[in-house]
Design a protein around this ligand. Structure first.
Ligand code: NAG
Ligand code: NAG
Length: 353
């Protein structure tokens, strides 16, 4: 009797163990801009690229993949921390196929935004097109694994959205005011609402395509990017307060949207992943994390270079990127990406495990 009970007990333990394994995330699927692009832009005609040195110099084997970083980007670290895989490949990269993408893929495109007008600035992939690629991906996945298994992956996978910075800094504030410019069409609050509506429609589209676990990413303190500090002549190269306030306000709207959609869409688990305060803490107290430099970036002079300019003047680049918060004038180093990813996993994404 006791023996049978022991067997029964062990069997139960085993089933709990198995269900825990199965409850793990099968894949991480990514949409957005350069914060999460792993090289899609290498395969479209645009200048928004980073598939050359010194980009990637601290990546596996020093490969410049098209990530805007000296190494990995935040979604690579998120995928790794959630036990999925150490890096997430780009959908347009022919070196990978559906057997790789079945456990994770990024449709992101550097220099894109929620707004179609933002992706037009440097002729990159608009967000609606990333969604079209995702539909194609679902077809490939069904052909590869069968309907049932593919649907299971889609509903269990973590879907990550990270965009918005470019809508403000590459488009709204950067494009000359004039007929058709967003600055002429919208107040800043109106533009935030316009973007937030697009984010809402995007989440609903993912939901209608079967996604249930979704992370909507907030904006970093974008007024602290080296490019913005360099041009802040009146403000002694401090962070641009106005841009940080816009990021905070927009984050407030996205966070409200997340609350609303969780009530509205049955079965959805939508979280708001907010990098703002963790990022601000790094910028205010860099020494706590072993950083020496926050105002300028590692690559080239660190004041304004990114993409091709970063490569052209790379003889000026720093030797140890781990001492720098920013890798180029617009993007964090791998080390910053890891800290932010760990924070977001602990504060928002751990509930998906
Ligand atoms: C994917 O690529 C691998 C390695 O190149 C190959 O062995 C495999 O057959 C491919 N799978 C599919 C489904 O195309
Ligand atoms: C963006 O462009 C796509 C394709 O032309 C269109 O379907 C979509 O409505 C546009 N989005 C907005 C917000 O205008």
């Amino acid at each position: 009797m006791a023996y049978a009970y022991l067997i029964w007990f062990l069997l139960c333990q085993f089933l709990v163990f198995v269900s825990e394994i199965q409850a793990k995330l099968p894949a991480v699927i990514v949409f957005g801009d350069s914060s999460v692009d792993a090289g899609n832009n290498n395969f479209i005609p645009t200048v928004a690229r980073s598939n050359f040195q010194p980009y990637g110099r601290d990546f596996n084997g020093g490969r410049a993949t098209g990530r805007f970083s000296n190494g990995k980007i935040a979604t690579d670290f998120i995928s790794e921390a959630l036990g999925v895989k150490p890096t997430i490949p780009a959908y347009l990269d022919p070196a990978y196929n559906i057997s790789d993408f079945a456990t994770g893929v990024t449709f992101a495109s550097a220099a894109t935004g929620y707004d179609n007008a933002t992706s037009n600035v440097l002729a990159v992939i608009p967000l609606w097109k990333e969604l079209e690629y995702y539909k194609d991906y679902q077809k490939l996945l069904r052909a590869y694994l069968g309907e049932t298994k593919a649907n299971e992956i889609i509903s269990e996978a973590l879907h990550v959205i990270s965009a918005g910075t470019n809508d403000f800094l590459e488009n709204y504030y950067a494009m000359p005011a004039g007929p058709g410019s967003r600055r002429t069409q919208f107040t800043i609050t109106g533009y935030q609402d316009f973007l937030s509506d697009i984010a809402q429609n995007f989440v609903k589209s993912l939901y209608n395509l079967g996604a249930r676990k979704i992370s909507l990413g907030g904006l970093p303190p974008m007024g602290c990017m080296p490019l913005e500090r360099t041009t802040n002549l009146m403000g002694q190269h401090e962070c641009v307060e106005r841009y940080n306030n816009v990021a905070s306000q927009f984050n407030g709207k996205l966070s409200g949207l997340v609350l609303k959609l969780n009530k509205e869409l049955p079965g959805i688990k939508l979280v708001f992943s907010n990098p703002y305060f963790a990022f601000m803490q790094i910028i205010r107290r860099p020494a706590l994390y072993g950083f020496d430099v926050t105002e300028v970036a590692c690559c080239a002079t660190g004041m304004f270079e990114m993409g091709y300019a970063c490569a052209r003047d790379s003889m000026f680049s720093c030797t140890n990127a781990d001492k720098y918060v920013f890798w180029d004038a617009f993007h964090p180093t791998q080390k910053t990406n890891r800290i932010i990813a760990d924070h977001v996993v602990k504060s928002a994404l751990a509930k998906f495990l």
